[in-house]
Write a protein that binds this ligand. Structure first.
Ligand SMILES: NC(=O)c1ccc[n+]([C@@H]2O[C@H](COP(=O)([O-])OP(=O)(O)OC[C@H]3O[C@@H](n4cnc5c(N)ncnc54)[C@H](O)[C@@H]3O)[C@@H](O)[C@H]2O)c1
Length: 272
C-alpha cells in the first residue's frame, strides 16, 4: 500500500496527548486521515486537537487501564466514523527504581497501562475491525526495552516484553482469523518526549532518572519517529523501528543470552 491510500481513513491513537502519540496524530492528519485522540489527560488531547485542521478530529478522554472505557472509545469511534484504518495502542509510562522499592501500586500501574492497555485496545477493536473486509492496521508501541534486560526499570521492561509477546501472538491470531488486519510492533529507541519527566523516581535511582532524561533529550524528535511509523505501516512492516542499529545490538545480545544460556550479567554493559 502507498501512504496516499491512508487518506480518508481513520486513525485511533492512545496516549495521543503527548510525545509519540501526539506526533502520530499530527502525521495521520497530515496524511489526510480522520483522527481520534485518546488519552487519560483531557487537557492534553484538547490541545493537540486544536492544532489539527482539514480533517475530522475527535478527542475522547480514555484511561486505557479500564476495559469498559476502551469499549466506550470503540463505540464512539464506530458511531462517528464507521471504520478504523489504523489503531495505534501507544499509551505508556515509565517507572524507575529497584524492584522491591517501587510501591506496589506503581508497579501495577505500569503493567496496567503499558501491557493491559494494549490488550484492552485489541479486545475492543479487533472484533469490529475483523467484521470489516477492508484492510486495516494495528500497531502496538513497544520499545527496544521489549527485547532488552534493564535493571532498575524492571516494571517497564516486564511490561514491554509482554507487549512484544502479545503483539507477535496477536499477529498470528489475526493472520488466522482476520487476514485483512495487519499487526505490527513499533519499537522505538530514544525519542525526545516527556516520558521521564512524568516518571516517579525512587530516591536511590535519582541518578538513573537524570541519565535517562538526558539520554532521551538527545533522541529523535517525535515527529521523525511518527514519520517512520507511518512509513512502516504503508510498507506493511511487522518490525517498525526508529533506531535499527540499537535494536540489532540488543536483539543479538538477547539471542546469544538465550541461545548460549548465559547469565544475565555475561553481556551486560551498563544500563541495558
Ligand atoms: N520516548 C521514548 O524514548 C520511548 C522509547 C521507547 C518506547 N516508548 C513508548 O512510546 C509510547 C509513548 O511514549 P512517549 O515517549 O510519547 O511518552 P509521553 O509521556 O510523552 O506520552 C505518553 C502519553 O500517554 C498518556 N497516558 C498515560 N497513562 C495513560 C492511561 N492510563 N490511559 C491513556 N493514556 C495514558 C499520557 O498522558 C501521555 O500523554 C509509550 O508506550 C512508551 O513506552 C517511548
Amino acid at each position: 500500500m502507498q501512504l496516499d491510500d491512508l487518506a480518508g481513513g481513520t486513525a485511533v491513537v492512545t496516549g495521543a496527548g503527548s510525545g509519540i502519540g501526539a506526533a502520530a496524530a499530527r502525521r495521520a492528519a497530515a496524511l489526510g486521515m480522520n483522527v481520534v485522540l485518546a488519552d487519560v489527560s483531557a487537557d492534553r488531547i484538547d490541545a493537540v486537537a486544536a492544532e489539527l485542521t482539514g480533517v475530522k478530529v475527535l478527542a475522547v478522554p480514555t484511561d486505557v487501564r479500564d476495559a469498559a472505557a476502551v469499549d466506550a472509545l470503540a463505540d464512539v469511534v464506530y458511531d462517528e466514523f464507521g471504520s478504523v484504518t489504523v489503531l495505534l495502542n501507544n499509551a505508556g509510562l515509565e517507572s524507575l527504581g529497584y524492584t522491591w522499592e517501587v510501591p506496589a501500586d506503581e508497579w501495577r500501574r505500569v503493567i496496567d497501562v503499558n501491557l493491559l492497555g494494549v490488550f484492552h485496545g485489541i479486545r475492543s477493536f479487533v472484533p469490529r475491525m475483523g467484521a470489516d473486509p477492508r484492510p486495516s492496521h494495528i500497531v502496538n508501541t513497544c520499545s527496544v526495552g521489549g527485547i532488552a534486560i534493564t535493571p532498575r526499570m524492571t516494571a517497564y521492561a516486564a511490561s514491554k516484553h509482554g507487549v512484544q509477546a502479545l503483539t507477535e501472538s496477536v499477529y498470528l491470531e489475526c493472520a488466522e482469523a482476520f487476514p485483512q488486519i495487519t499487526v505490527s510492533v513499533f519499537s522505538p529507541g530514544q525519542v525526545a518526549t516527556r516520558i521521564f519527566e512524568d516518571a516517579p523516581v525512587q530516591e536511590r535511582t535519582a541518578a538513573d532518572a537524570g541519565f535517562w532524561r538526558d539520554q532521551i533529550r538527545e533522541g529523535m524528535t517525535p515527529g521523525e519517529a511518527a514519520k517512520l511509523l507511518f512509513d512502516g505501516i504503508a510498507r506493511d512492516e511487522f518490525w517498525i523501528l526508529t533506531h535499527p542499529e540499537a535494536f540489532e545490538r540488543l536483539a543479538s545480545k538477547r539471542a546469544r543470552t538465550l541461545g548460549e544460556r548465559l547469565r544475565p550479567d555475561a553481556l551486560f554493559d551498563g544500563r541495558n
